[in-house]
Every structure is written in structure tokens, then in C-alpha cells.
Design a protein around this ligand. Sequence first.
Ligand code: DON
Length: 565
Amino acid sequence: MRFLLTIGVVICTAYTTYAQRTIDPYHYSIEKNIRVAKGAVVSAHPLASEVGAMILEQGGNAVDAAIATQLALAVVYPGAGNIGGGGFLVGHLKNGKNIAIDYREKAPAKASRNMYLDSAGNAITQLSLDGHLAAGVPGTVAGLFASMKYARLPFKKLIAPAIELAAKGYVITAAEARDLNEAKEQFIRLNTAPTAFVREEPWKAGDTLFQPELAHTLALIRDKGAAGFYQGETAANIVAEMKRGNGIITLADLKNYQAKERQAVAFPYKKYTIVTMPLPSSGGICLQQLMGMVENYPIAKWGFHSPEAVQLMIEAERRAYADRANFLGDPDFVKVPVKRLTDKKYLASRMQDFVPGKAGSSEITKAGVFPESEETTHLSIIDAEGNAIAVTTTLNGHYGSRTVVGGSGFLLNNEMDDFSVKPGVPNMYGLVGNEANAIAPHKRMLSSMTPTLVLEKNQVLYSLGTPGGSTIITSVFQTLMNTLEFGLTAEEAINKPKFHHQWLPDQVMVENDFPESTIRALEQMGYKITKRGAIGRSEIIKRDPKTKQLEASGDHRGDDSAAGY
Ligand code: DON
């Protein structure tokens, strides 16, 4: 009913221009799909999307809106929005330039290869997941300031809504109330100081969450820039928090952290160009491999969710994730044969042992051989000028390490778990790795985050992405296939049931509502199918190449919401 009502509202407001947008943190609604003429933002929370849309309306470009939306998410979506984590921004600017900004967390200087092993050499994976020792040096604030190079409005204006939301509070959704209640015991166990997230009585939808300490930290960042986070009071609070909880991040780690601009991955797929994130995300390389492996098959003819198409995509996924586990890591530390891994001939050779109608095996399929040598959040923005941004940002697990920096009011990530703590030992997403992604001081842990743009004739057509740990890459892959090959609308492309294979474990995960007939056909081919809950929470914006109208959709799997004008 609620959903129908929302659609009704959306249809009524389609193509209207709001004269003045005000953010009301006590009354807001979720807009799953909108069609607008100028600019659109879609993110995991309605208030954050509204903040982004307001910045666009006030003359900001897509980068301004991306910065303001991320800051708002750090307040209204504490599970994954963050200043204590890291992320990636991919953009296509109206001047034709592609950009990729890497603000992934780094291992602290005192991190070491075996830091999560006991004396017998066994992995103690809880240590890379819970509390102080799980945190990498946060990158988000450095990333926001690195992004300012492409912004138009002053930073003070972009951070103002977030400060207000933290100081004056905002009404939480049912999903947020449920998540906070579920994490209560962990918040108590993993913190040394009281946090805004814990109170005596259970949270419920409609309660107001105030975060005064976070508002103070954001004000320091407003007044002192990145130094308001990486130096002075905030840095001292982070280090004091580390000392209270046996963490290892130092003042020098914080002062030395720098975001990096990297060359975006850009590759052709038929008449399109896919622009996405390079290492230290595995996303771009794996996506290029996946699309390259299926490109020459008549996948559109086989049809959406047909056993033939799904099987082909599963086998491509098996091969890409085997390569991921073996070769991929921080390019500042390991030499990754990116050219070879994405070479068309190599990709064709990887599919030579693909047998239609018969399941492959991860015992047989290993990484390619060369002669030598659940929480994150995504936002998509397109502005009236044709600039497009895709940002995926994370604390890793929901609420990260669940440790809040005392006096500063923000959650620290548990990104250290994205390293391979020991060769062959799966991380929280079941991903395995080896040397390339081993822990080393100052190294960035390998990511799967895949913020992605699709260009057609050098004009942006889609901005998309999703959270979901190891399933991010396969979700983005499916959304692209759903739109570019199977002809689904943007909304259908993100909302239809998804599947996932990641080499190990050798099984296909499917969402509970995945079509039974396809499941049965795959089982007959020899696949082990496991049903599970939601895979990802995708956001997507489509820009009509002719009319330039925007269609923005937020995933039905969460509170995701679109805003625009
Ligand atoms: O960077 C990565 O690949 C992971 N830390 C992402 C975590 C994530 O997507 C959790 N969301 N469900």
C-alpha cells in the first residue's frame, strides 16, 4: 500500500521543479523512482538524497552533491555512511574527463602480516572484525577534500546540512531502529565510552537520534579542513581511543594518510564504454573480465534469467574470482598483471573449457597462469550539465568495528578484514586471497567496491553501484547485463532477483525469489544452489541520450531513495 502510494506521489511530481527545497529531518518519505529533468541523486537514505538534490539546485555540480551526500550519510546512515571509513569515487565530467579517487583505508604502520594469527598460526578472524584492532586508517575525509578539486561550491556549504542533522537530530526509520537494537550488545562490548547509538529502551521507528559529538567533529572539519580530522583534537581522540582498546593507529598514521587520484578503468563493451574503479578495488578489473568473457555469446537472445545466460555468467564469475584471489592487491605494493588479466585473448582462453549445460568445478578452474612472473553504501548522481558521479563508501561490516571514537562520535571501520589474514582463510565474505593481498604496513586492503558509469558516445548513460561485499562485482555485472543486453528498465535491472558465484565456495547463491524453474535447470547441470536474503542495495540513474531526462531508482531492498529536480 505504502509502495503504491509512493509511486503515486512520484508520478504526480514527475518533471516538476522545486523552487526551494528544505530538508525536514522529522518528516520525510522514501521515493523509490523519480523522473526529473535536471539533476538526480540516489542514495541509501532519503535525507541524504535530499541534501544532494538541494546542493544541485543551489548551483552545485555532481561532485559538490557527492561530497554533501556522503557527509549527510555519515550522520543519517551510521551503518555505512562514514567519516571513519573509506571509499572510491568514479566520475565522468562534462569536459569528457574520467576521474577515479581512491580513499581506501590503509593498514597502520604497526600492522603486520600475522597480526590476526595465534601462536599456533591459526587465524583469529574476530580480531579483524570487532573493535579497535580491526580498523584501518580512515580515508573518507581525505577523499572528500581530494574531490574538492572538481567541486564548485565552498566546502562549508557542503558540510552544513550534515552538521545540522547531527546536532538537531533526525527521525530514524524502522530499518535503522532494528539495526541499532540488534547491534546494542556489540556497541556496549566494543566501546570504552557511552555512544549516541545506545540507550536504555529499544529504538523504534520515529525516534530522534542526536549526535552532538559527531556534530562537533564535523564542525572541526568545516573550520580546519582535513586537519580537523587527521590532526588536533580528533586525531588525539582517535589515538586515545586506540590506547583504551588495544588498537594500533598512531598520530603519524593519521597525519600521513593521503587519498590518491588514479586512472579510472575504461573499457569498451559493444557500443558502450564502461568507466569504473581500478585497484585497490578488484571491481574494475573483475568487471572487465566478466564482460569480456560473455561478450561474444548470444546472451540477449538466450534471455533474462534463462538457464543458458545465467550459467554463462556463473562460469565467467568463477574464473574472474579465481584470478581475484590469486593476483589482485594494492598496486602500490604488488605488481598486478592488469593488462594480461584483461586481455581479450586471455579472456577467450579462460572460457575455452566452458561446457554449456554442465557445471564447471572450482577444483579444476584455478587462477589463470602466465608465462612469467555486509556494510557499504553507494550513491549515484547526475547533474544538469552532464557530470556523473558514482561513489561507493564503507565501514566494511554494518556499523564497521562497532567502536565509536570517544569524544568524536563517529564509528571506526573494520576494513582490516578485507586483507587476506592468512592464505586460503576466508574473510567475512568468504573471499580467499594470498600474497598479493597479505597485510603490510601502509598497504591498502583489496576491495570489491565497483562504482560504475556507462557512456555512450562519450555521454553518460548510467551511473550505478551497490554495497554487498564480495557480491558487489557480480551485482554490478548483472545490472549492466540486465540493461545493456536484456533490455530491462533501470528500475527492473536493480530490483530483479540476483545470483552470485565467487569461485570458492563452489556454489551459486541466489536470492529467495529467484525463479524456481531456472534454479531447477541449474541444479540439473550440476550446480549447488544456496538461497539467501538480499544481495546488494543498488542505486541507478539513467540519462536519456536524446531528451537528457533522468530516471533515478533506489533499491527496494532497503530505505534507498531518490531525489532530484
Ligand atoms: O571493500 C569491500 O569490498 C568491502 N569492505 C565492502 C563491504 C560491503 O559491501 C558490505 N556491505 N554489505
